[in-house]
Design a protein around this ligand. Structure first.
Ligand code: OGA
Ligand code: MN
Length: 293
């Protein structure tokens, strides 16, 4: 089948027709999907009747996957899914929704802040692919913001100011923002900050984008309050309505986004309703900047 893509967002996001993830991808389809990602940064695939194995096969036909190990507060013994998946659900091992005050749930509320996946890893993620297995009766949308358009809309002075800045990213910073400080010593060690440049250039299109994320809690060489204020202003700028696509989930949707060019966030939903979302992730090429010795 031929692949067609229809724009559904203001500047990012396209809905793809002509892909059935139950079938292996042809080389033409693989290049149409990568081309679509370069252009739209977010692609929506509706009505995919697939299971975990087919999601994984689809993901691996587009590149090398990133494993999800130790990135949440779930202990390994408590994983519901294999480490080829990031478990973005609110469900425990027995598929029961977490209690309201469960620390695994509270930590995951950090996903409601604008972020880019794995920006807290030295090699951050390339694409994320999220599939809706079950959805709540209301709420639970996911929003995406176009960091290329946000960069383009900066004034020249700000473009010059951000050009060479390097930020420190950690899941501890994003959780501080929502008032979650309850980390063990082991978690503090595991969530040590990494460095990321603030402006990225897309390797294919050459477009620049703001590499923002709520995990960013400092700028090298800047006093912390000044850095946080500046980053907060940039995020406010970058997530204006004209740069945002809101995805309303249906069961069977798979949405794929480019973490190098977008931010995203989850929206709230009723606490006791299951929301089973499963993410596979494609690994990035390497660090965006040299790390501290
Ligand atoms: C993710 C994520 C948002 C959502 O999968 O990385 O942030 O709406 N998901 O669940
Ligand atoms: Mn995410």
């Amino acid at each position: 089948m031929t692949v067609t893509i229809r724009r559904v967002g203001p500047c990012l996001a396209g809905e793809v027709d002509g892909i059935d993830m139950r079938e292996p991808l042809t080389p033409e389809e693989v290049s149409a999907i990568h081309g679509g990602m370069d252009r739209y940064a977010v692609l929506v695939f509706r009505d995919q009747r697939i299971d975990d194995a087919l999601q994984l096969a689809f993901t691996q036909s587009l590149g090398e996957i990133e494993h999800a190990i130790g990135t949440s507060l779930r202990a390994a013994s408590d994983y519901r899914l294999p480490t080829t998946f990031a478990d973005v659900s609110n469900l425990d091992r027995n598929n029961a929704p977490f209690e309201r005050d469960d620390r695994r749930r509270l930590f995951a509320i950090g996903n409601r802040l604008w972020h880019s996946d794995s920006s807290f890893k030295t090699t951050p993620a390339k694409y994320s692919l999220l599939r809706a297995v079950s959805i709540p009766s209301k709420g639970g949308d996911t929003q995406f913001a176009d960091m290329r358009a946000a960069y383009d809309a900066l004034d020249e002075e700000t473009k010059a100011q951000v050009e060479d800045l390097v930020c420190e990213h950690s899941q501890m910073f994003s959780r501080q923002v929502i008032g979650f400080f309850d980390f063990t010593d082991e978690e503090r060690q595991r969530f040590k900050p990494v460095r990321q440049c603030l402006v990225r250039t897309h390797p294919v299109t050459g477009r620049k984008s703001l590499y923002l994320s709520s995990h960013a809690g400092g700028i090298l060489g800047w006093p912390i309050p000044e850095a946080r204020g500046f980053l907060r202003d940039l995020i406010e700028h970058a997530t204006q309505r004209e740069f945002v696509y809101t995805h309303k989930w249906r069961v069977g949707d798979l949405v794929m986004w480019d973490n190098r060019q977008t931010m995203h966030r989850a929206r709230p939903f009723p606490v006791h309703e299951p929301r089973d979302m499963r993410r596979t992730t494609l690994a990035g090429d390497g660090p965006t900047v040299a790390q501290a010795a």
